[in-house]
Design a protein around this ligand. Structure first.
Ligand code: 13P
Ligand code: SF4
Length: 327
């Protein structure tokens, strides 16, 4: 047996023994996606975490996703195989303003006059706009969700904003998703200045170049990309939205403007179609931290348990449940 198949065998045995399910985000490593019971976008993974019939959820993703699973399923043990897997964008907003040092990751240079958003807090913005509902992207920590009116994902953000009985909304933390929401609603959007470094680095020149290289391809973009990129897209949607679009489209070739891990499922589920990444460096290092070895280790030792205390969990659940009820 090869190294991988020995590990996979052990994972499958332990999974059965512990009544565990493995769920993985669409950006995970190929071999991790392949052993998962369920692979999906952030919305689908939240829905799965809420409904799964199991004792243990092994969450192959980043910390805010495992936290949401714990919020929605307090009686299940939630394991995050790599405890260092975090979302830098989620660290860009805090409730009280303590600077999250993990956000300062190497290899990325803040550009375009970007102001570090942790200098200003969620409490400050709520004070500046009293009574204005806070719509919080799921890419946030549980305590930020607990201070919010409703959550959203890239799959339902516009629908969530439209569902609110207010002409003005605060959208946190992604400036690009917020700009996309503002483009698709008549409501006034007050946006935070956070961003995803994996998506934010794409520019319109990348789209021109990719279109010149693949003139017959459709371009699909994730709303975490900049507006200059979204404006050039044939379709803007979440990761699973891209999977659905590519499967049902008559087109045979696509340029993909999101994290490179999605190409695995796109190619596997559409073997007759061609997929090209918009930029080769659209890689989220945190999504790649989970390996087969770390999945096995967490199941063997039952470590890296993510548990959100009730004081935060209950208000955070309210914001997540409100989202899940409308979509
Ligand atoms: P979706 O899979 O919900 O589109 O999310 C993208 C993402 O960046 C998750 O961190
Ligand atoms: Fe966060 Fe972007 Fe990585 Fe998603 S792809 S986890 S938003 S840094």
């Amino acid at each position: 047996m090869s190294g991988h198949s020995v590990i996979i065998d052990k994972i499958l045995r332990l999974k059965k023994e512990k009544r565990a399910i493995i769920i993985a985000h669409n950006y995970q490593r190929e071999e991790v996606q392949d052993i998962a019971d369920f692979t999906g976008d952030s919305l689908e993974l939240s829905q799965k975490a809420a409904s799964a019939d199991c004792d243990v959820i092994v969450f192959c993703g980043v910390d805010f996703m495992a936290e949401s699973a714990s919020v929605l399923s307090p009686n299940k043990t939630v394991l995050l195989p790599s405890k260092d897997a975090f979302c830098p964008m989620a660290g860009m907003i805090t409730v009280k303003g303590q600077r999250n040092t993990r956000t300062a990751f190497p290899g990325y240079h803040y550009t375009d006059g970007y102001k570090y958003p942790s200098d200003y807090t969620l409490k400050d913005i709520k004070k500046a706009y009293p009574g204005v509902p806070v719509v919080t992207y799921v890419n946030t920590t549980a305590d930020v969700k607990a201070e919010s009116d409703i959550c959203c994902t890239s799959a339902n953000a516009v629908k969530v904003v439209e569902s609110l009985d207010s002409g003005k909304v605060i959208c946190i933390p992604d400036r690009n998703l917020s700009a996309w929401i503002a483009r698709n609603t008549k409501k006034e959007v007050i946006a935070w200045d956070g961003f995803c470094h994996t998506h934010d680095r794409a520019r319109k020149e990348d789209v021109y170049k990719a279109r010149a290289e693949h003139p017959d391809a459709l371009f699909l973009a994730h709303p975490e990309c900049r507006m200059e990129v979204l404006e050039l897209a044939d379709h803007v949607t979440s990761t699973s939205g891209m999977l659905r679009y590519a499967a049902s489209s008559a087109a045979k070739e696509f340029i993909i403007g999101t994290e490179i891990g999605l190409l695995h499922r796109l190619r596997k589920e559409n073997p007759d179609k061609a997929f090209h990444i918009l930029r080769k460096d659209m890689i989220c290092p945190n999504m790649k931290k989970t390996t087969l070895e770390s999945v096995l280790r967490s199941l063997q030792t039952m470590t890296n348990v993510v548990k959100v205390p009730d004081k935060v969990r209950l208000p955070a659940k309210k914001a997540l449940d409100k989202m899940l009820a409308i979509y």
